[in-house]
Design a binder for this molecule. Structure first.
Ligand code: NAP
Ligand code: WDT
Length: 315
C-alpha cells in the first residue's frame, strides 16, 4: 500500500492528508477497539487521525500510533494527528491545560492540529454542564499560544458558522488564522455556502460524518434517513463498481474538502482507502450535489438555547 498520502497545504504552510481516520465511538464500544482499529488504519495507509479530548480514547489511539512508530511502519512526522479542546476548557487559562492532558494521554509531544471542538463555552457544576460566558476570541488567543509553544503545529476550529469564523478573522491583532473548520458534511448537507466562504478565506473545510454519521442515539434522530441507503448513491456506486461509502468519500475529495472516515471494521477501513483509485465524472458530481437536503445528523438540538449555538444561522 502506498504510504505517501495526498496532502493539501494549509494557510500556515503545513500540509494535511486529504483523507483522515475518525476515531469516535460510543461509550459501549470497548476502548481497546480504538487501538486495534487505528493500527489497522495506519497499516492500510491512513496518515491523518482525528480524535479529541471529549472522545476519551486518546490513550488508546496514542498507543496505536506509538506502536506503529516503534515497529517502523511510520515515523512521527509521517502522522498527522488532530485533537480538540472541549467546551469546558474555553477559558484562556484552561486551553493549554486541556491540550497538555491530551498529550499526556497520547504520550506524544505535539499534535499536528488542535481545534476548538464546538463554539460554545460550558462549565461543569457538580457533574452538570451549564453555559459559561467566554469570548471565543479569548479562547482563540490561547490557541495561538499553544502553536507558539510548539504543542500544536496548526490550529483551527470545528462546528463554527460563518459569523463565528468572521469574528475570529476580524479579531484585532489576530496572529494566526484558523487553518480549517471541521463540520458535518455529506451529500445530504453538502455545506456549499460554508465551503465557498472558507475557500475565499483559505480555510480548509474538513468533513465529519461524511458517511452519514455513527447514528448514535445520544446525538442522532433515529428517524433520519440512512445516507448510505440512498438510491442515487447506490446507482452511482454500481456504475463505478464501488460502494456508496466510497462515492460519498470521493465526492468530498473532488470538491476540495478534506474528508474523515470512521470505521472500526478491518474490511471497511481497507475499503475506504480505495477512494484514491477512481474518479467521478463532473456529471456525477452534479447529481451528487443535487442530493443536498439540509439533513444535519448531529444537530445538537439540546444546546440550541446557548447564545453561541452555531446551527441557528443559515450557514
Ligand atoms: P462516519 O465517518 O460518518 O462513519 C459512520 C459509520 O459508517 C461508521 O460507524 C462505520 O461503521 C460505517 N462505515 C465506515 N466505512 C464504511 C464503508 N466503507 N461501508 C459501509 N459503512 C462504513 O462517522 P462519524 O463518527 O460520524 O464521523 C467520522 C469522524 O469525524 C468521527 O469518528 C470523529 O473523529 C469526527 N467527528 C467530529 C465531530 C465534531 O464535532 N468535530 C462530530 C462527529 C464526528 P463501522 O465502524 O462498523 O465500520
Ligand atoms: C453538534 C452537536 C455538533 C459528537 C454537538 C457537535 C458530538 C462532537 C461527536 C463530536 C456536537 C459532538 N462525535 O464525534 O460523534 O461537540 O457535542 O465530535 S458535540
Amino acid at each position: 500500500m502506498d504510504s505517501k498520502q495526498q496532502t493539501v497545504r494549509l494557510n500556515d504552510g503545513h500540509f494535511i492528508p486529504i483523507l483522515g481516520f475518525g476515531t469516535y465511538a460510543s461509550q459501549e464500544v470497548p476502548k481497546s477497539k480504538a487501538t486495534e482499529a487505528t493500527k489497522i488504519a495506519i497499516d492500510a495507509g491512513f496518515r491523518h487521525i482525528d480524535s479529541a479530548f471529549m472522545y476519551k480514547n486518546e490513550k488508546e489511539v496514542g498507543l496505536a500510533i506509538r506502536s506503529k512508530i516503534a515497529d517502523g511502519t511510520v515515523k512521527r512526522e509521517d502522522i498527522f494527528y488532530t485533537s480538540k479542546v472541549w467546551c469546558t476548557f474555553h477559558r484562556p487559562e484552561l486551553v493549554r491545560v486541556c491540550l497538555e492532558q491530551s498529550l499526556k494521554q497520547l504520550q506524544l509531544d505535539y499534535v499536528d492540529l488542535y481545534l476548538i471542538h464546538f463554539p460554545m463555552a460550558m462549565k461543569d457544576e457538580n457533574g452538570k454542564f451549564i453555559y459559561d460566558a467566554v469570548d471565543i476570541c479569548d479562547t482563540w488567543e490561547a490557541m495561538e499560544k499553544c502553536k507558539d509553544a510548539g504543542l500544536a503545529k496548526s490550529i483551527g476550529v470545528s462546528n463554527f458558522n460563518r459569523r463565528q469564523l468572521e469574528k475570529i478573522l476580524n479579531k484585532p491583532g489576530l496572529k494566526y488564522k484558523p487553518v480549517c473548520n471541521q463540520v458535518e458534511c455529506h451529500p445530504y448537507l453538502n455545506q456549499g455556502k460554508l465551503l465557498d466562504f472558507c475557500r475565499s478565506k483559505d480555510i480548509v473545510l474538513v468533513a465529519y460524518s461524511a458517511l452519514g454519521s455513527h447514528r448514535e442515539k445520544t446525538w442522532v434522530d433515529q428517524s433520519s434517513p440512512v445516507l448510505l441507503d440512498d438510491p442515487v448513491l447506490g446507482s452511482i456506486a454500481k456504475k463505478y463498481k464501488r460502494t456508496p461509502a466510497l462515492i460519498a468519500l470521493r465526492y468530498q475529495l473532488q470538491r476540495g474538502v478534506v474528508v474523515l472516515a470512521k470505521s472500526f471494521t478491518e474490511k471497511r477501513i481497507k475499503e475506504n482507502m480505495q477512494v484514491f483509485e477512481f474518479q467521478l465524472t463532473s456529471e456525477d458530481m452534479k447529481v451528487l450535489d443535487g442530493l443536498n437536503k439540509n439533513i444535519r445528523y448531529i444537530s445538537g438540538s439540546s444546546f440550541k438555547d446557548h447564545p453561541d449555538f452555531p446551527f441557528s444561522d443559515e450557514y
